[in-house]
Design a protein around this ligand. Structure first.
Ligand code: PPS
Length: 289
């Protein structure tokens, strides 16, 4: 276990809490320069980032799994704000990467680098319902020790509702990215839709990326990006990533819709529903829960 990165407190960048060591590289994130041929995959944590990253990577490689297996997905799609002791920061990696680049971010709209607004490039945003995200995030906090200790499930749920978790409030994130979807070139996807009909959602991604692939390649990509295939693939399942203990909870945990029902008590659910009504009163964005 790397103790230099063991459960550091969150820090604020602007209004958004972030994983402590990520804040050390914030100046480079703020100065990061996007390019018009970049593709940005943006999500609130635990919303399907890795899944969409793999789909996009395979589309760009026309389903060539050998090519895609050359490095782990977190290396092929660097995480813009990621930085930690003893590892190169993603900004360093991105500045040396071949083009076109696919970039991952969890940044809230309010803290995006200036270059995000100055450049025109494609962005895929994936959103997942607030309750399943809370559950997935709790288990992730338990196993990914770059986060503070989550405490009990009830304690974590309270922190999550207060936005006192890495990347802040779920509601602020999904609503503000939804707001800017017409101002920027954004394909806004939902994890629940991807589970319901992965082919239909992949077709949306292909159209957005202005790419065409044969039915055979489409079939191949669908197979390689199924939950089971990705869970078993060391290039996708984060088993080679430092700072995680998969014996506590695997990164590829369940990959289902509605797991919140196994975690929320009746009273937690009532409290959350009331909170949710208030948080989402000022948007036309809706989720299946
Ligand atoms: S992260 O750490 O924020 O980048 O995590 P992220 O990749 O966004 O989300 C992880 C959750 O997505 C699930 N997942 C999948 N579900 C279905 N199909 C596929 N192929 C897939 N790949 C990842 C993963 O299991 C996490 O959800 P939970 O609910 O914890 O299982």
């Amino acid at each position: 276990m790397d103790t230099a990165f063991y459960r550091p407190p969150l820090r604020l960048v602007g209004s958004m809490p972030i994983i402590g060591p990520f804040a050390d590289n914030w100046e480079n994130v703020e100065q990061f320069q996007f390019r018009e041929d970049d593709l940005l995959i943006s999500t609130y944590p635990k919303s399907g980032t890795t899944w969409v990253s793999k789909i996009v990577d395979l589309i760009l490689n026309k389903g060539d799994m050998e090519e895609s297996q050359k490095a782990a997905i977190f290396e092929r799609v660097p995480f813009l704000e990621c930085s930690g002791p003893g590892v190169p920061s993603a900004t360093e990696i991105l500045n040396k990467l071949d083009f076109p680049r696919v970039i991952k971010t969890h940044l809230a709209v309010e803290v995006l680098p200036q270059s995000f607004w100055d450049k025109k490039f494609k962005i895929i945003y994936v959103a997942r319902n607030a309750k399943d995200v809370a559950v997935s995030y709790y288990h992730f906090y338990r196993m990914a020790y770059g986060h503070p200790d989550p405490g009990t499930w009830d304690e974590f749920l309270n922190s999550y509702m207060e936005g006192n978790v890495a990347f802040g409030r779920w509601s602020t994130h999904v609503k503000n990215w939804w707001k800017i979807r017409q101002q920027k070139d954004i394909l806004y996807l939902f994890y629940e839709d991807m589970l319901e009909d992965p082919r239909r959602e992949m077709e949306k991604v292909l159209k957005f990326m202005e790419r065409e692939i044969s039915d055979e390649v489409m079939e191949k990509i669908l197979n390689h990006t199924s939950f089971q295939a990705m869970k078993n693939n060391p290039m996708d399942n984060y088993s080679t990533f430092p700072f995680m203990d998969h014996s506590i909870s695997p990164f590829m945990r369940k990959g289902i819709f509605g797991d919140w029902k196994n975690h929320f008590t009746v009273s937690q659910n009532e409290k959350f529903d009331e909170y949710y009504r208030q948080e989402m009163a000022d948007t036309d964005l809706t989720f299946r829960m």
